[in-house]
Design a protein around this ligand. Structure first.
Ligand SMILES: C[S@@+](CC[C@H](N)C(=O)[O-])C[C@H]1O[C@@H](n2cnc3c(N)ncnc32)[C@H](O)[C@@H]1O
Length: 230
């Protein structure tokens, strides 16, 4: 179709400057966006990205400082198996801090770690976790609580699982040291606690998981504090 033929629209390919209907700012293939158009596009893209972040990826995180927010990334089956292998033979209250779709909590319960519960802020993930528990036949046996992991009291926990970003490990180490009993074990997936010495570890690369016994962690912290110059 050529310019001037019935049905031809300005801005379609073939429209040349100077032809009837041409206006400055139009280019071959359609009208150029111009400054305002680009600004509108940028604002719309930003709003879409924000809506995805706030409504899908991180709903429920409004009160959590940005530096402490950890997005969802599920553990692989190998990571789950490694984490639970490091808790084999243990007993007592077991929690997953940021439990996602509940896979670690359900497997922990299956392994006999009871009570088993997860703390999670994302309501979509809480629904998924409850569905997973129901499908496994554990409805009402495991719990998923809509709580901020930074605000829960961990003083009665015996086994703590954390699959969280390395950036939050230092403040989390402070919380765990302050609250967990001596007999507690912390299992950390993907990233170790930088200043703690693990009692054992399992797996390689991204599948690696570390176990920390709080009594040992405290002993090491005390002896390094005594050995360091004041
Ligand atoms: C890396 S994912 C791990 C999910 C799950 N533990 C797993 O390994 O499959 C971290 C999870 O922690 C949750 N989370 C992050 N910050 C949280 C907070 N302050 N309180 C509760 N949950 C949180 C996120 O929504 C996300 O589901």
């Amino acid at each position: 179709m050529e310019p001037g033929e019935p049905g031809w629209e300005p801005g379609e390919p073939g429209w040349e400057p100077g032809e009837p209907g041409w206006e400055p700012g139009w280019s071959r293939g359609g009208p150029a966006l111009g400054g305002r158009g680009l600004l509108a596009l940028a604002v719309a893209s930003g709003a879409a990205a924000w809506a995805t972040w706030a409504l899908v990826l991180m709903p429920g995180f409004r009160r959590v400082p940005l530096r402490l927010q950890v997005p969802y990334q599920p553990s692989s089956p190998r990571q789950v198996a490694n984490a639970l292998a490091l808790l084999r033979g243990r007993a007592g209250k077991t929690v997953d801090l940021g439990s996602g779709d509940g896979r670690l909590v359900v497997e922990a319960y299956k392994q006999g770690l009871r009570p088993a519960l997860g703390y999670e802020l994302n309501p979509w993930l809480l629904c998924l976790a409850n569905y997973r528990a129901w499908r496994a036949g554990y409805h009402g046996k495991v719990s998923f609580l809509k709580e901020d992991l930074w605000k829960v009291d961990l003083s009665d926990c015996n086994n703590v699982i954390v699959f969280l970003a390395p950036s939050v490990k230092p403040p989390l180490a402070t919380k765990l040291l302050a609250e967990l009993p001596d007999g507690a074990r912390v299992v950390s997936g993907r990233f170790p606690f930088p200043s703690w010495t693990p009692s054992s570890t399992l797996g390689q690369g991204l599948e690696q998981v570390w176990a920390y016994d709080m009594k040992e962690v405290r002993r090491a912290a005390q002896s390094s504090a005594q050995g360091s110059p004041v």
